[in-house]
Design a protein around this ligand. Sequence first.
Ligand code: AMP
Ligand code: MG
Length: 415
Amino acid sequence: MVTELAAPGRHLQSAPVITVDEAFAILDRTVPPLGDETVPLEQAAGRILAIDVASDVDWPPFDTSAMDGYAVLAEEASTPGVRLRERPGLVAAGDPHPSPLAPGEAVRLMTGAPLPSGADAVVPVEQAESGAGRVSFERAPQHGAHLRRRGESVSRGTVLLRAGQRLAPGAVALAALAGADPIAVRRRPRVAIAPTGNELVAAAQAPTAGKLRDSNGPMLDALCRARGWPTVLSERIADEPSAVERLFEDDGDADVLVTSGGVSAGDLDLLPPAAERAGWEILFHRVAVRPGKPIAFARRGKRFWFGLPGNPVSASVCFQLFVRRALDRMEGVEPPGAPLVLARLARGLPHPGTRETYRDALLVEENGARRAEPLLTAGSHDIAVHARANALIRLRVDTGALDEGSVVTCVLLER
Ligand code: AMP
Ligand code: MG
C-alpha cells in the first residue's frame, strides 16, 4: 500500500508551476462554448440569449386609451358648454377596433381599449358628466391627452434583445412581447461535484474524533447554482485508489467534474495520477497562486476536470478564479470570469512574496469611491473570514509593499 501511494508524489515533482495568466490562457484555449438549445420562455430567465430578438409587433400594438374615459376630438370637446353625443355601450380592453368617431360624438372606453380612429384625446371619466345620451366635460382636453399611440414605445422590426445578453426579468418581458417563445439560449454547463477525503462526514452528521464536516461540497454546489449551472453533488469519496479511480472512469453526463481535496503533494493525494491512469490529460497542475497552488485541470474528450485543493478558502478562490472562467466560457458569458474592479486600500499590505496572492477583503463604497479593507485571516482554512468577504484583493508578484490609499485590483466574488 505504501509503495502504491508514493506514486502521486513523483507525479507532482515533475509538473511545472505556471502563473495565473498562463493558467487563464490554457483555459481560454481549451474550453469551448457548449452551443445553443431552445427552451420554453418560462424556463429562460437568467439564461444567456443565443440570438438577437426583434419585435414582430408594434408596441403598443394599436392606438389605445391610458384611462377609463371618453374618446373625443379635443377641438370639439373644448367648445365651451358643449354636450357631445354619447355612443351607446362601452369599448373594453380586448374588444375589436370600434368604428370611427363620428362628428359630435364621444365614445366611452376603458384603459387598454382600442381607440376609435378620428379621436385624438381621452377625457378621464372623473372629469365627465353623462346623462340622457349626452356627455359634458369639466375642462377642455389637450390634443393627445391620455392616449397611447401604436408603436410609440417599440416599432415592429426593432431589435429588442441581443445575443449574449443575460435574460433579466425585464428582458423576459421583451422576449414575451416579441413572441420569442420558445427561445434559443446558450447551453449551461452541467457540473458534477465530488468532495474527497477520509476525514469528511456529511453536514447532517456529528463528526467523531479526527473527522470534520464536508463544507466544500455544499459550497461548490451553491457557487454553481448561484450562476444557474445545474449540479450533481456526489457522495464524499474516500482516499482510496479504487474509489478515486471510479470517479474518473465514470462517464456521467456532466460537462465538468469539480473535486475538492487530494491534489497536493501529500501521500494521500491520489487524484492527478488516478485521472491520468483513467485517460485524462492533465493540462496544468499547480499554479503560482495563494491560496490554491495545488489546483489541477484536465480534459478527457469533451469533459473537463478541476481538482481543487481541500482547504475551504483555497477551494473557493480556485472556483472564483479558474472554474468560473471556464464555465462562463462554456456558457458564452462575455467577458468570462469574475469581474475586476479598482479600489483604494484601506490599509497598507506587505509584499505578496513569490506567488500571485488573493486576499479576502470587504469592498465598501465611500463618497462614490471604492475602498478595499483587507480582512485579517488565520489562513486558507479560515472559511469564517472568507465567507464575510465580498472581494479578493489581487497582489501580483511584481507589486511591492503597498501603502494605505494605493489603488489595487479586486476580484468581485460570486456570493
Ligand atoms: P487536502 O487538499 O485533501 O490535502 O485537504 C486540505 C485540508 O482541507 C485538510 O485539512 C482537509 O481536512 C480540508 N478539507 C478537505 N476537504 C474538505 C471539505 N470537503 N470540506 C472542508 N474541509 C476540507
Ligand atoms: Mg484530502
